[in-house]
Design a protein around this ligand. Structure first.
Ligand code: MF3
Ligand code: CO
Length: 256
């Protein structure tokens, strides 16, 4: 996915609204996770998130997002080898699966974007290590979201953490600026070199989204033209937060 959009600086008041959007997103993800029992379908998981968005009177920017054809749902639900952009449908969750739910919403004109991966029933040791590595990689990136640092500092921290666990980071998909649009500049790769890339400034808001793979980092797109899978069929995971750079350090906007 690629786009060429402006970088926008948000005021503290605008960050407050994005924080409110982020809270709604966290609630939707929690509801999706609660609905993710063995035997539930990915459509059921999506419906649980949608119910929360509807209750708050917000819609998802994923719905009808331009692509090979307009994205048909409010969330992405991706299982095991499905890395991102899984379209909710009839696939049933099984014991031992790991499930990624990625959700967005637009509140008073401002977007929140976040994702979690979690296990269903009892998962393998490798799967739980992958979840830990992906969440820690996100945390490592967030810690570098400091004014005066550069994009490469954030990217390199994500990559170092992921590879330290022995996993790979995706190359074809990146994090991104977020604001009135879901995808703004700058792009934030999950790999990079410290000290390189654009300078971070207070008021920037970026969705950091480490996507990790157990095997090769290569991916392929399924015949539905959206779902992105690991090329080798190995397990994958994805965590995402919308994060602001502020005078007082990083602020995660998509916490409960
Ligand atoms: N969090 C994803 C992203 O930032 C979700 C977009 S799915 C789409 O790209 F369908 F809306 F494209
Ligand atoms: Co995103």
């Amino acid at each position: 996915m690629s786009w060429d959009r402006q970088i926008t600086i948000k005021t503290p008041q605008e960050l407050e609204i994005m924080r409110a959007a982020g809270r709604i997103n966290a609630e939707a993800l929690a509801a999706a996770k609660s609905a993710a029992h063995v035997g539930a379908t990915t459509a059921d998981v999506n419906a649980a998130a949608e119910e929360v968005l509807a209750r708050h009177g917000v819609v998802s920017p994923f719905k009808n997002y331009p692509g090979p054809y307009p994205y048909p749902a409010s969330t992405c639900v991706s299982i095991n080898e499905e890395l991102v952009h899984g379209i909710p449908g009839k696939r049933k969750l099984r014991d031992g699966d790991i499930v990624t739910v990625d959700c967005g919403n637009v509140y008073q004109g401002w977007v929140a974007d976040s994702a979690i991966t979690f296990g269903v029933g009892s998962i393998s040791e490798e799967a739980s290590k992958l979840l830990e590595a992906t969440e820690k990689s996100l945390q490592a990136g967030i810690e570098k979201m400091v004014a005066g640092n550069r994009i490469g500092d954030v990217s390199a921290a994500i990559q170092a953490c992921a590879e330290g666990y022995g996993f790979q980071v995706v190359r074809e998909y990146t994090g991104h600026g977020v604001g009135r649009m879901m995808h703004e500049g700058p792009q934030l790769p999950n790999y990079g070199v410290p000290g390189r890339g654009m300078l971070l400034r207070a008021g920037m808001t970026i969705a950091l989204e480490p996507m990790l793979l157990v095997g090769t980092y290569r991916t392929r797109i399924m015949p539905d033209q959206w779902t992105v899978c690991s090329l080798d069929g190995s397990l994958t995971a994805h965590f995402e937060h919308t994060v602001a750079v502020t005078e007082n350090g990083p602020v995660i906007l998509t916490l409960p």
